[in-house]
Design a protein around this ligand. Sequence first.
Ligand SMILES: Cc1ncc(COP(=O)(O)O)c(C=O)c1O
Length: 349
Amino acid sequence: MESYTPVEPTEVLSQRAELPADKVVKLDGNENPYGCSPKVYQALATYPYYHNYPDPEQRELRKALEKYTGLDRQYIVCGMGSDELIDLILRLFLKPGDEVINCPPTFGMYPFSTDVCGGRVVDVSRDEDFALDMAGIRRALTKRTKAIFVASPNNPTGTTTTDKEILELIEAEKIVVVDEAYFEFSNITVANLVPAYPNLIVLRTFSKWAGLAGLRIGYGIFPVEIAGHLMKIKQPYNANVAAQAAVLASLADIEYLLSNVNKLVIERERLFGKLKELDWLTPYPSQGNFILCSLPKGKAKETWRQLQKRGISVRYFDTPRLKDCLRISVGRPEDTDAVIKVLKEVKHG
Ligand SMILES: Cc1ncc(COP(=O)(O)O)c(C=O)c1O
């Protein structure tokens, strides 16, 4: 099987670029450049029970998430990042050879975890505008189809899926996983539909909007029956105490975190405008905290290298649907300026 291509930490990037860590501009992982809430540092410094195992029932966490999501805790299960929940869902539903519909270009963990769980990935590529190919998905459904994964906003294209499309997928009576890792940047959600359907799952994370990627904590909103099965099969202590304390502190500081989200949304539009001014590349509009750009043939890798040399790390893609593409995470205004400066220097007419 193919391995997942992960991003590398700032320390590694700084060694590679031979620059101090604070000079590295990390725009490759859709992380939050404003970091976490200051309340998280305080909570972690004073948490008294690191020597005890965490609550396997995730009681406090699920209670806090009940308030944040507006949905009863019986629908909520937390994981070590939404990555763990993707894996758990597939472990729960797949027998070897069962099929999972994947809609590339999209997040690489869906095919990765399907492979690990012995399933078969059935790719139904998105259309020219990176919208779902609904007719293609209908054609791809078989008796062995167990799940359909849709990221909305989708990574790396930034596109969202409409409620109408999600409802149509639900009608197929397979498990529909809507991955809303970037929800706070788009404000578009189908979470409120979960209680009405036995086959709809919504995944969320604290990695992006709340700046907790390093602590690995996410959650899902599941039909109650599925939530019960996941609580049974998950590792009992999967949500560690530091992550739990950090989430509680984050949820006590939502206004601050959303003000950073707002800064990033404003910056996303500024970055998009600046990229649009460069007539040799095409940026795609995005509802996430990143922008996908298509570059002239053969130029993406060279541009990625030039950026890397100056300590700016972005994501380079060279898959069949994403030839010559770069994905730039939205950073602070100074990060946008640094990227645009290099792009102007390397100009490929
Ligand atoms: C669509 C999507 N889902 C999930 C994740 C992973 O989230 P987590 O850090 O909670 O595992 C990412 C991370 O890039 C993502 O892009």
